[in-house]
Design a protein around this ligand. Sequence first.
Ligand code: PMP
Length: 357
Amino acid sequence: QALPYVRAISPYLPGKPITELAREMGIPVDKIVKLASNENPLGMSPKAKAALAKAVDSLERYPDDFDLKKALANHTGLGTERIVLGNGSNDVLDLVARVFLAPGRSAVFAQHAFAVYPLATLSTGAELIVVPAKDFGHDLDAMRAAIRPDTRIVWVANPNNPTGTFLPYPQLKAFLQAVPDDVIVVLDEAYNEYLPPAERVDTVAWLAEFPNLVITRSFSKIYGLAGLRIGYALASAEIADLMNRVRQPFNCNNLALAAAVAALDDHEFVAQSYVLNRNGMEMIIAGLKRLGLSHIPAHGNFVTFKVMDAAGVNQRLLKQGVIVRPIGGYGMPDWLRVTIGTEAENLRFLEALEKAL
Ligand code: PMP
């Protein structure tokens, strides 16, 4: 007898794996362009790769996460007691849900926001309050108004996936000021490093003012470690302690921990990834405009654009060996999301899209 609220969860649909498409279409794996999961087209940092090779010699031992916590403490200026490591940032999102949600409680979520928030919420038996989007992004005023006495979490992604929308910092801060103290605001910053440095505000400093704020970040995006599964949360010492109580011991493996320490230190690789993303974004947006397609202003490492017959266009892209992400599951059946790739991948995508239209 499975729990009815577990049965009611819609399964997460990942981007199509390269090997699956290769099998289905009879296309060689190295001819496939996958721009479906917001991964780093440059791969991983060379420093991380070297660290991985070394860490192979430690695999008979259980993980020691001290070095990564220390490195993140240096990176953020927070004490290690305020950092929680996760098997991907999805894992820390789930930990927050497990600390604060249960049947009889609720969480507020924006329409078209990241799919793991409903998963994390509904798997606890809590109720999900869905607030209609504004211009495809979070409507913070409506989200605040939707908070009920039983609400314990509000999920906010900045930038959001799959829409790429971004909330200006003054708005976000006003929202934090307006939210009751006993409601946790989870600020998911998986794409934070893709924002222009001049536009970025140090949200970590806000933790001092808002003890109900939990910031989550990822090594899967600009750091290029999606396959290793490593992410982290920054919170008050009290919340971090609670999250650590429900965390599985050794949830992050030796390879991921070692690679993350090295990746965090590889400023050159991060800068290179940032520039590649900026240039690729310009190229793809110019290409979409040329094809007469509209897109949502983008702030991450992907662009979401509108097409007639998105399912058909997607099929015709797949036939040409190009994988993008249909987002019908996010309530946007007429839209496709494409991750910014290398110059050559972006070109392949735009050529294939022109043919597919
Ligand atoms: N938050 C957002 C908004 C995302 O788009 C993603 C990745 N798709 C994640 C969190 C989770 O990333 P990971 O678990 O790989 O760190």
